[in-house]
Design a protein around this ligand. Structure first.
Ligand code: MN
Ligand code: MN
Length: 327
């Protein structure tokens, strides 16, 4: 593989990995490891179901909010925070299967007041901002400053909390380093910096909690990432811990996919992933890489365009298009 081909494999691995972790984990979201064992022995197939009653391969808010964010960047061919918020609102209006309380509250505030952030709040320490940040990582691969500022801006539309901010940035920087060719040591470096700033994130030994609290989520994701050596093992380990398994699965899939590449994702999982989601993920990956690298991008694009024209043909709520204006 040439340099750009490897980079695309890692970028696509991160995005497909996120969607697959979401689809795999949603089946066992809010279950305990004991309940999972009783029902599945070991949960390792994308079968849908779960508390949301999903179709096999269906994804949830984690992937859908990424697609909304990625679509907004591609439509604008740049950063306009109002466009991002509008895309989130359009998604919420489509009656998604699940939406976190903090996300709903923040988007309602935006709809009512037009404000693109609230105030710093203790209760905003959920994982909802960190889980949807991957498109920002891909769009800013050549621009580390924008990575930080766009990440925090999109996060604070719904979550303004120092733990959420710090974790969103750590995951963003770690994923960026992996896509650009780093190995697990680059993730360890970012994770250790996070722990130095906020010791509550200390993840080894693993404290054993898997909730949607950003600290629990990050610790569970890092434990799974560092104690496995393949994409498949990482996701299976993380989702079988239950709890917020679609989100820990999504973030573990993002990191493991960025390290091992799309070519390392088991074919049986790729085949099960909702084909529309898979197509839009591929288009957005190519579109975001082309946006990031401009004319320097020599990657082999399967979609050839990866932006408005092609995606509009997809009967998907996340096809790249301008969202309806907010009333
Ligand atoms: Mn979800
Ligand atoms: Mn979740």
């Amino acid at each position: 593989m040439t340099g750009d081909t490897i980079l695309r494999d890692r970028a696509l691995g991160a995005y497909l990995g996120l969607a697959i972790g979401d689809a795999l984990g949603a089946t066992v979201e809010f279950m305990t490891p004991l309940e999972i064992r009783a029902m599945h022995r070991e949960h390792r197939s994308i079968v849908g179901g779960g508390w949301l009653g999903l179709r096999p391969g269906q994804v949830t808010d984690d992937t859908q909010m990424c697609l909304a964010l990625g679509g907004a960047v591609l439509v604008e061919q740049g950063w306009r925070l109002g466009g991002v918020a509008d895309a989130f609102v359009a998604w919420m209006r489509g009656r998604p299967a699940d939406i976190g309380n903090t996300c709903r509250r923040g988007l309602r505030r935006y709809m009512q007041t037009g404000e693109l952030h609230g105030k710093p709040a203790e209760e905003d320490a959920g994982n909802g901002a960190a889980m949807r940040n991957l498109p920002v990582v891909l769009a800013t691969l050549t621009d580390a400053e924008s990575l930080e500022s766009w990440s925090l801006q999109q996060a604070r539309i719904t979550h303004w909390n120092e733990l959420s901010d710090a974790a969103t940035l750590m995951l963003a920087k770690a994923t960026r380093r992996l896509v650009l060719g780093g190995d697990s040591r680059s993730v360890a470096a970012e994770a250790d910096e996070l722990v130095r700033g906020f010791p509550t994130f200390r993840y080894a030994p693993w404290p054993g909690r898997t909730s949607g609290y950003i600290v629990d989520t990050v610790q569970t994701v890092l434990e799974g990432f560092f104690s496995t050596a393949s994409f498949e093992d990482c996701l299976v380990r993380v989702v079988n811990r239950g709890g917020d398994a679609d989100t820990t699965g999504a973030l573990a899939g993002q990191l493991a996919g960025a390290l091992y590449g799309a070519s390392a994702i088991p074919e049986r999982w790729l085949k099960r992933l909702d084909p529309t989601v898979r197509a839009v993920v591929e288009q957005q990956t190519d579109g975001l890489l082309r946006f990031a690298f401009g004319r320097k991008w020599g990657g082999t694009d399967r979609s050839a365009l990866g932006s408005a024209g092609d995606a509009r043909k997809l009967d998907a709520p996340f096809a790249v298009r301008r969202p309806a204006p907010v009333a």
